[in-house]
Design a protein around this ligand. Structure first.
Ligand code: PLP
Length: 231
């Protein structure tokens, strides 16, 4: 089932990517495996999936050990400073950086590990109930502060738009994230000044996100099915 879902999804991604005039491999698929057992990750791995998104540190750590570290984990949940040490060890990318305190804490642990880490800044458009992420007008200052953290490589921005049944409602948020990244990139605030990453789009709105320039999409349900409640 997982292999079949991945197959369909990859075709849809390529079709959408090409239809808006972008290169075939412009969009990276992050399989969001939170609350699914390690067997689900192994099924996806066997079907060629490389990047996985996880939201909970302990759950990710257990899977990381079970898979012998043979996996590229993206952290997409809310990261507390006291979990920064484990996060520094197991993740290939942390997509949810939203404070200099967190960045410095990660940088300290990464220095000890002699490891550099790709990060994204999570942008919050001001939803009441969602506290993770930083307001768009504060991203510039955060990025300039992060430039002192030599082990962190800020590659771009990530966002979760307010939930809506209609995926079209997400389009303005995706468009705004894109233009924010474009202006920050012109100011050379990202690690790679030639290109930036935009992590946006989930199961119900990834086509819109691709049309608006997403370079990474985070898909759970469309690959693994409905999640059960958190234990
Ligand atoms: C759970 C989650 C996803 C995946 O959502 P689906 O709707 O299942 O595709 C993507 N991004 C984040 C940050 C998530 O927490």
């Amino acid at each position: 089932m997982i292999a079949h879902n991945l197959d369909i999804l990859r075709k849809n991604i390529i079709e959408t990517t090409l239809s808006c005039g972008r290169k075939k491999d412009a969009v990276k698929l992050i399989a969001v495996s939170k609350r699914f057992p390690r067997s689900a990750l192994i099924d996806a791995q066997n079907a060629g999936q490389v990047h996985f998104g996880e939201n909970y540190i302990q759950e990710a750590q257990e899977k990381f050990i079970a898979l012998n570290g043979n996996v590229q984990f993206h952290f997409i949940g809310h990261l507390q400073t006291n979990k920064a040490k484990i996060a520094a060890q197991i993740f290939s990318m942390i997509e949810t950086i939203d404070s200099i305190k967190l960045a410095r804490s990660l940088n300290k642990h990464l220095t000890k590990l002699d490891k550099t880490l790709d990060i994204l800044i999570q942008v919050n458009w001001g939803r009441e109930e969602q506290k993770s992420g930083i307001r768009p007008e504060c991203v510039r200052d955060l990025l300039s502060d992060i430039s002192e953290c030599s082990m962190l490589r800020p590659l771009g921005l990530m966002t979760i738009p307010p939930f809506s049944e209609d995926p079209e409602d997400a389009r303005p948020f995706f468009r705004n994230l894109h233009s924010l990244a474009e202006s920050l990139s012109k100011e050379k605030l990202f690690y790679n000044n030639q290109a930036f990453e935009l992590s946006m789009g989930m199961s119900n709105d990834y086509r819109i996100a691709i049309e608006e320039g997403a370079t990474m999409i985070r898909i759970g349900t469309a690959i693994f099915g409905q999640r059960t409640l958190k234990q």
